[in-house]
Design a protein around this ligand. Structure first.
Ligand SMILES: Cc1cc2nc3c(=O)[nH]c(=O)nc-3n(C[C@H](O)[C@H](O)[C@H](O)COP(=O)(O)O)c2cc1C
Length: 325
């Protein structure tokens, strides 16, 4: 009998399928439906500090009292934080799977304030949606900035802290090691940046495709394999391009503990969770695996014979004989 249970960041999940932070997870009703559809855990839509500031600014534009800026900012923030706490509390009470809250801040002190409020509301864990894109000429120490945020939040909380990181860093192994040192229990590889595009008819900036496409998991697969092979005692959740059950098998073989689903749920509906689960069980049965632990990391950096599969960045001779049309 195949068993899909996993321990992720110290939380017991009935299966590795987590529905990731997005518009799919922003109401209690949607969480209840995902719980019913078989999700192992849910990450709520992120609470964005930036969005609270935008809301305050919009309110100020219509206000007769611009001098009340600080007061209005605090008022809008407190109100939105209350709404988010209500979502955390109601979703946690209504679902029998872990509800993971998510925050994104850009002022250092705000991370801890939001984190404490969310823990008090009953979240099972907190996912820090850290998205630092350094475009300065001088360059900042991005790893240290991540570590400072995580350390300050971990100090405040008793629930597990998970860090969702972007895919562009000098050295992801070092970053994950540093996050582990700061107290993170798991990392999510990777966050998706808001896609930039250009409309060549209107000559204006526009938003690109927000959903993943088949094959988009390759970059993430490399880093799950390398990090899980080099770093122990920190769980990895694979996010970006996990669209089909075969992708789930691949990322677990490369060392992921859980997968996060977003695009495929948007495109195929909640039923896709159960379909993936059934196919994963059938594959495990065929391969003779009773639990996920039996094949997790079997093909990670440490356990494969030819590590150049993970390290190779150049095509060299592989495509040299390919003809163009
Ligand atoms: C419409 C939409 C909204 C999202 N909102 C958030 C968010 O609030 N917080 C967050 O951490 N990630 C957010 N994401 C990113 C997803 O959680 C996920 O990491 C990303 O889409 C990659 O997974 P996928 O390939 O399954 O789509 C969003 C993605 C989409 C498509």
């Amino acid at each position: 009998m195949v068993n899909l249970e996993v321990i992720y960041a110290g939380l017991k999940l009935r299966n590795p399928f987590i529905v990731s932070s997005s518009g799919l997870t922003n109401t209690v009703e949607k969480c209840i439906a995902l719980n019913k559809a078989g999700a192992g855990a849910i990450v709520l839509k992120s609470l964005f500090e930036e969005q609270l500031d935008i809301m305050s600014t919009q309110y100020l534009k219509t206000s007769d009292y611009p001098e009340a800026e600080d007061y209005i900012k605090q008022y809008v923030q407190a109100e939105r934080l209350e709404e988010y706490k209500t979502l955390v509390k109601q979703a946690s009470e209504a679902c029998d799977i872990p509800i993971i809250a998510s925050v994104n801040c850009y002022h250092n002190g705000q991370w801890t304030k939001f984190a404490r409020a969310i823990q008090d509301a009953g979240a099972s864990a907190l996912e820090l949606n850290v998205s630092l894109l350094d475009t300065s000429k001088e360059g900042i120490n991005v790893t240290q900035a991540h570590v400072d945020i995580v350390r300050s939040v971990v100090k405040e909380l008793s629930i597990p802290v998970i860090v969702k990181i972007g895919e562009n860093h000098d050295n992801l192994v070092h970053l994950v090691e540093s996050l582990k040192g700061a107290g993170a229990k798991a990392v999510v590889l990777f966050n998706k940046y808001y896609p930039v595009d250009i409309n060549i008819d209107t000559l204006q900036m526009t938003v690109g495709n927000i959903f993943s496409r088949k094959g988009d998991l390759s970059h993430m697969l490399r880093w799950v394999g390398v990090i899980s092979g080099k770093t122990s005692n920190i769980d990895i959740s694979a996010s970006t391009g996990v669209l089909e059950w075969e992708d789930v098998v691949k990322v677990i073989l490369s060392g992921a503990t859980t997968v996060q689903l977003c695009t495929t749920v948007y495109e195929n509906g909640n039923d896709v969770i159960h379909q993936m689960e059934t196919c994963l069980e059938a594959w495990m049965d065929k391969q003779g695996f009773d639990s996920l632990a039996e094949f997790r990391g079997k093909l990670n950096y440490r356990d494969i014979e030819d590590q150049s599969f993970y390290e190779r960045t150049q095509f060299m001779k592989y495509f040299t004989n390919r003809e163009s049309k």
